[in-house]
Design a protein around this ligand. Sequence first.
Ligand code: NAD
Length: 350
Amino acid sequence: MKLSNILSNGLKGNLDSLLQSIDYDRLFVLTDTNTLKLCMPLLDIPEGVYTKICIPAGEENKTLESLSHVWQCLSHGGASRNSLLINLGGGMVTDLGGFAAATFKRGIRFVNIPTTLLAAVDAAVGGKTGIDFFGLKNEIGAFAPAEAVIIETGFFKTLDRKNFLSGYAEILKHSLIHSVEDWKKLLAFDLEDIHYNRLSDLLIDSVRIKEKIVAEDPVEKGIRKALNLGHTIGHAMESMALESGHPVLHGYAVAWGIVCELYLSMIKTGFDKNKLVQNVRFVKERYGIFSFDCKQYDRLYELMQHDKKNASSKQINFTLLKDIGRVEINQTATREEIFESLDFYREYFC
Ligand code: NAD
């Protein structure tokens, strides 16, 4: 996807001109049960011009069954290789819909219209699509870029605060890997009284950071790993929370993971302590506490060893920072250093 295909100034105008510019025979719109109610009315495409497909909301439905339902609807609706699918929803819908499109008749085109902040800044851009399988997240999938991504902050007005903050953590991550200026703007943004036009500007800058990195390294052989900051320890926390029956939102786990990985950055690549402390304060105030004790360190470590990003289970791969905007990919840390970062987290948070 070219950078110019991220559209952000007016949903109706963007969508009309996009649909006019694409030569397709049939149009399908995929939603989940929530975005059907809350977001579809904003889309304003005349009935009869498209076929609706709806899947149940929630990560537990990012399954083969939902995927099969989408394929069936495409098939029954007469979709051909020349049809177009619009994915209107959060990351669950854009991931699953993107994968359905990538595989139906060996690939039809799709457009993502993300309706959560997390999807706008992360899931809908970058071409990773897929479903969960046998309890493993994103186990089956494909790299398949959207024809275009239309970002409309108006959708986020119905998001609950937790889902809003979850997406904001990925924006924070993008600023950390990009520049001090972006990072300062993010820390200063008023999350209590959201100004949606300003959010739109932050968001577009953030998406461009991801898109630029993805354009350089679409299949994560090198610099795309920069986007993994906070995710090695964050994913382990997310999985441990899921195992304990108290799941946490992805962005929350990333925010907590960023704290630990910036600590590792401080001891291994010289990240500045004051900036670490500012991040810790920001995360603690917005995202609260993920409680665990030292008896759970071994389990967290095991989960990190199973991370898809490792070249081998003996070496856990991290993306660290020398400074804000100065990324060091392919870093490793010893078990002791990782445990030290968990100690640091607990000292500040618990
Ligand atoms: P989600 O799509 O499940 O949305 C969260 C909840 O918000 C759902 O209940 C949904 O129905 C609801 N919702 C969506 N839009 C809404 C709106 N405007 N107002 C009110 N409610 C709304 O989850 P998510 O947090 O958007 O995304 C998480 C998914 O994204 C995961 O499956 C994750 O694996 C995936 N992801 C993919 C990538 C990628 O690169 N492909 C990156 C990050 C995350």
